[in-house]
Design a protein around this ligand. Structure first.
Ligand code: MG
Length: 160
């Protein structure tokens, strides 16, 4: 049985934080606020994978009130989502994701992001799509108040 899932995440851009997206630290004047490393891209993909298997969202598995996840690298969350798929005898077919960021330029970092995401999920990098777009200066993303990400995941599951 082939299943799909969707994920969305947004984090606020603030002073004094590192900017980590797709598991890659990107040089920038500000970073994303959050309990973990606030990697909106990995969070959106995690929710897409969990959604494809009908599971609860990332906040259920990794509550932002739990000190264990303070400052955590978000590939841990992604790997747990992949482990949940494997536990059901399933496999991830592919991932596709879009980052929405006015600044900084994302494109130079995409090959490395794909590699990190693929490694965390245990799938080949060619099964991982990452795209980036600005928000044409419109809205909170356009004003550089935050960065958002959306993702879909396709998962093959054994017939129930
Ligand atoms: Mg998040």
């Amino acid at each position: 049985m082939q299943c799909v899932g969707i994920g969305y995440d947004v984090h606020e851009l603030v002073e004094g934080r590192r900017l980590v997206l797709g598991g890659v630290e990107i040089p920038h004047t500000r970073g994303l606020e959050g309990h973990s490393d606030a990697d909106a891209l990995l969070h959106a993909i995690t929710d897409a994978v969990l959604g494809a298997i009908g599971e609860s969202d990332i906040g259920h598995f990794f509550p932002n009130t739990d000190p264990r996840w303070k400052g955590a690298a978000s590939h841990v969350f992604l790997s747990e989502a992949a482990a949940q798929v494997a536990r059901r005898g399933g496999r991830i077919i592919n991932i596709d994701a879009t980052l929405l960021a006015q600044q900084p330029k994302i494109a130079p970092h995409i090959p490395q992001m794909k590699q990190r995401i693929a490694t965390a999920l245990g799938i080949p990098p060619k099964r991982v799509g990452v795209k980036a777009t600005t928000n044409e200066t419109l809205g909170f993303i356009g004003r550089e108040e935050g960065i958002a990400a959306m993702a879909v995941a396709s998962v093959e599951l054994p017939e129930a």
